[in-house]
Design a protein around this ligand. Structure first.
Ligand code: FAD
Length: 542
């Protein structure tokens, strides 16, 4: 089997690349994905993701290492394992992050990654269905939509935030540099009633092209090298029982788009990484690159919920006749709670005195969960907010443990390891308490049920967050872009010291973006595809 480009992983980034690279009918691409086709209907019903987070075949079933940051818990660490990757199971929030995040990437020495450089790629990706606006694109593949339903409970939260002095921003993707504390309605990767995953938007139209071959249920074991040049990958089909391996050759390049867990893992399985880590795992070194799997970052969230009166919430809408009505609304009108994502409105606030821009993102939902139980809605009406530190200083790892590609690597974001991150988390929870005490929402609040009135001091709030918080699913930065000893790829996303090998996915972020990571990952892939095409053109011209 041979192609010009072999892409490993059909997630957010891999689907973009498969589409963009096969736009040229003379270029042959093979896309290899460990998971299967995205047939499960729950993938396509936006709210269905809640039932998929621990799905046996559609996710990898990873656990993060037990860590003091999570009070010794080994928390579940969902990642998509299906066409569309994590974009097939994510919370649908479409947000690009603060312009300053990208300016920071550029300041770190990454040429072409400042906000003004990346904005055209966000626009190129997007097919915005809301009102025309210069900041959005409407000729791209990724369908994005404003919230079509704006529940009363969220209006009350937005009004309360305004009472605290937050600016209401009608478009959370139009926050010019220097924007202060603000709140607005979330936008979604959704087209009509259906999720707009990378597979549904980018891959589906490309599937028809004869120059694209997609291989599913195929686990890539490692990259094949001839000296320092990547020449292909080794993979096996089916489950653990199959020991037969196959090779696919890449005439031009191998592109790792296996995500922030998969890409550093495949590199390490290929002998590319920190020699000490590889030796411990029993893997011989092909190319020493100490930054592989380091600098790992994620956001961490701890929720605060209140029981409310005189406001309709999803807790009631999700049961009995109410739910039957929601199902009908979804199928006949493409509306209602089944079209909702992880949160409906979000605030960006500054809680640390030293921060130049907002440092905590708070997401809100007109729903609440039973204390202690995972994803079981309360029976009484409730609302929830959750803060995360936007730019955590804590750094973790994704490290190979054995030469067996089926064994998960050690995953540890080391949440709340840094004092700044602890202060931001406590500041975020205190901000939520101030918000819920503001008149527009306070009049509806019966009581705070989580974490509850017994949790008051900073230490108690931090302990609560450690014992009850969870990932925001923003695994990133484990193959950092840069030009220094711990960077893995350069600003063209080529792996340092090797040829014919790029990493293009969330793992190349030098620092995690302040808000959610799907839109930034798709932008990275659009930019990576353009870099590959430019390089091919230059080579032809030479
Ligand atoms: C539950 C959840 C909720 C989220 N909610 C949001 C949200 O609301 N908004 C937002 O912006 N972001 C959200 N995110 C984050 C966002 O979806 C990710 O940042 C983004 O999808 C990452 O894209 P990626 O291409 O780097 O990796 P992925 O999309 O994870 O793709 C990696 C692909 O590679 C495959 N793969 C890995 N290893 C191998 C191998 N060895 N062989 C073959 N294939 C392999 C995987 O199966 C997967 O399909 C969420 C993520 C999750 C998991």
């Amino acid at each position: 089997m041979q192609a010009d480009y072999v892409i490993v992983g059909a997630g957010s980034a891999g689907c973009v690349l498969a589409n963009r690279l096969t736009e040229d009918p003379n270029v042959r691409v093979i896309l290899i994905e460990a998971g299967g086709k995205d047939w499960n209907p729950l993938i396509h019903i936006p709210v269905g993701y809640m039932k998929l987070l621990d799905h046996k075949t559609i996710t990898w079933g990873f656990k993060a290492e037990a860590d003091p940051g999570t009070a010794g818990r080994a928390i579940a660490y969902p990642r998509g394992r299906v066409l569309g990757g994590s974009s097939s199971i994510n919370g649908l929030i479409y947000i690009r992050s603060q312009p300053e995040d990208y300016d920071h990437w550029a300041q770190l020495g990454n040429r072409g990654w400042g906000w003004d450089d990346v904005l055209p790629f966000f626009r190129r990706a997007e097919n915005w269905t809301g009102e025309d606006a210069e900041i959005h694109g409407n000729t791209g593949f990724l369908t994005t939509s404003p919230m079509t339903e704006q529940p009363e409970a969220c209006h009350a939260i937005i009004a309360a935030a305004q009472e605290l002095g937050l600016e209401f921003r009608p478009d959370v993707n139009n926050l010019p540099r220097g924007t202060g504390d603000s709140i607005g309605w979330c936008q979604q990767t959704r087209g009509g009633r259906r999720r707009a995953s990378a597979a549904a938007t980018y891959l589906r139209p490309a599937k028809k092209r004869p120059n694209l071959q997609i291989i599913t249920h195929a686990l890539v074991h490692h990259v094949v090298f001839k000296d320092k040049r990547a020449t292909g990958v080794v993979f096996s089909r089916g489950g653990a029982g199959n020991n037969k391996v196959e090779i696919v050759d890449a005439a031009r390049e191998v592109i790792l788009s296996a995500g922030a867990i998969g890409s550093p893992h495949v590199l390490q399985l290929s002998g590319v990484g920190d020699p000490e880590v590889l030796a411990k795992a029993g893997i011989s070194v092909h190319h020493a690159l100490p930054g592989v799997g380091r600098n790992f970052q994620d956001h961490y969230i701890a929720r605060m919920s209140c029981y409310v009166r005189d406001l309709e919430t999803l807790n009631e809408r999700a049961r009995g006749l109410g739910f039957a009505n929601e199902i009908a609304k979804f199928f006949f009108q493409g509306k209602g709670m089944l079209t909702f994502g992880a949160s409906l409105c979000a605030a960006s606030v500054k809680v640390l005195p030293e921060s130049a821009t907002p440092d905590v993102q708070c997401v809100f939902a007109p729903a609440s969960y039973k204390p202690g139980l995972i994803r079981k809605l309360d029976e009484r009406p409730g609302i929830t907010g959750g803060p995360w530190q936007m730019r955590p200083l804590s750094r973790g790892h994704v490290l190979v443990r054995t030469p067996d590609p089926r064994e998960q690597p050690a995953i540890n974001p080391r949440y709340l390891a840094e004092d700044t991150d602890q202060r931001a988390m406590v500041g975020g929870l205190k901000f939520l308490r101030r918000l819920f005490a503001a008149p527009a929402i306070a009049k509806h609040i019966i009581a705070e049920n989580v974490p509850g009135p017994d949790v008051q001091s900073d230490d108690e709030l931090l302990d609560y967050a450690r014992a009850n918080g969870s990932t925001v699913y923003h695994a990133s930065c484990s193959c950092m872009m840069g030009d220094h000893a711990m960077s893995v790829v350069d600003d063209q996303l080529r792996v340092h010291g090797l040829e014919g090998l790029r990493v293009i996915d969330a793992s190349v972020m030098p620092a995690v973006t302040s808000t959610n990571t799907n839109a930034p990952t798709i932008m990275i892939a659009e930019k990576g595809a353009a870099a590959i095409k430019d390089a091919a053109r230059e080579q032809m011209a030479a």
